[in-house]
Design a protein around this ligand. Structure first.
Ligand SMILES: Nc1ncnc2c1ncn2[C@@H]1O[C@H](COP(=O)(O)OP(=O)(O)OP(=O)(O)O)[C@@H](O)[C@H]1O
Length: 269
């Protein structure tokens, strides 16, 4: 099911010696009209790791995250320059096949947004769009996706019930399962647990730690404890600038920049 994302804007991705890079961001700038929301960001996002994006409200975290699978295209005044290299394709380029891109780089939003369909049909909806229609093919994908999203045991006897009958936390895991069914390489999570109760929140955190074995994960979170618990690397944004990015332990115990320290110690934001 792998689909070519684009043909032009191809630039070889270099990997460093100690880890593989899933996304290489170079000189990325994003504007909403005159508002320069993301400024000259350079960043390597590690494969099979969790990268947390933190920073005060309005600092550009979600804008940065959304640029990775071109969700900002939906905003007419948004404009980007620079490069986000995925495999050998610049995702900022003009000839990107957005449908293919979003299949490889899936996104889960802050509020669970299941379709008003059955649990089963939530998972199969997009697969049918890609021409997978037989129950024989769909059934195993539904089970595998729900298992990966740690929801199978809770829903296996009610797959044809409405997704809206699930709790908020279950709905969010269903949205993750729906994304996993497309077999993406990268998962973008925009505060996926912030609207959930503490138990559901903990389940989502455990799930994210489990999922990084198979996927590269980039997560926006306002919750510092969450970032420190689940992420390998943390990037701190302020006013659209990437102030500092490092191993999560380092960011939370011994950041290099005063702005980072002020933020993580609660002195501002
Ligand atoms: N759809 C939009 N149209 C115009 N400007 C926008 C839009 N979305 C975000 N912005 C602006 O871009 C800047 C960065 O916003 P963004 O939502 O990326 O920040 P954030 O760090 O994710 O904030 P929060 O933590 O509150 O979600 C802000 O100045 C914001 O007003």
């Amino acid at each position: 099911m792998k689909v070519s994302i684009g043909t032009k804007n191809r630039i070889a991705l270099k990997e460093t010696e100690d880890y593989k890079v899933a996304l290489k961001v170079k000189d990325l700038n994003i504007y909403y009209g005159d508002n320069h929301a993301v400024k000259d960001v350079n960043m390597d996002i590690r494969q099979n790791a969790v990268t947390a994006l933190i920073g005060p409200s309005g600092c550009g975290k979600s804008t940065f995250l959304r640029s990775i699978n071109r969700m900002n295209d939906l905003i007419p005044i948004a404009r980007s320059t620079g490069e986000i290299l995925y495999e050998d394709v610049n995702l900022v380029g003009n000839d990107i096949n957005i449908v293919a891109l979003r299949k490889e780089i899936g996104m889960v939003f802050q509020r669970p947004n299941p379709f008003p369909k059955s649990i089963y049909n939530n998972i199969t909806h997009a697969l049918k769009f890609y021409g997978i229609n037989s129950k024989k093919k769909l059934d195993p994908i539904v089970e595998e996706s729900l298992r990966k999203a740690a929801l199978w045991d809770e829903v296996k006897d009610r797959l044809h019930d409405s997704a809206l009958s699930l709790s908020g936390g279950q709905q969010q895991r269903l949205c993750i399962a729906r994304t996993l069914a497309m077999k993406p390489n990268i998962l973008l999570l925009d505060e996926p647990a912030s609207a959930l109760d503490p138990i559901s929140n903990a389940k989502i955190e455990d799930l994210i730690i489990e999922l990084k074995k198979d996927f590269t994960i980039v997560i926006v979170t306002h919750n510092m404890h969450q970032a420190s618990r689940i992420s390998d690397n943390t990037a701190f944004f302020l006013n659209g600038d990437l102030i500092e990015m490092d191993k999560t332990d380092k960011i939370f115990t011994n950041p290099s920049k005063k702005e980072t320290e002020d933020y993580i110690t609660g002195r501002f934001g």
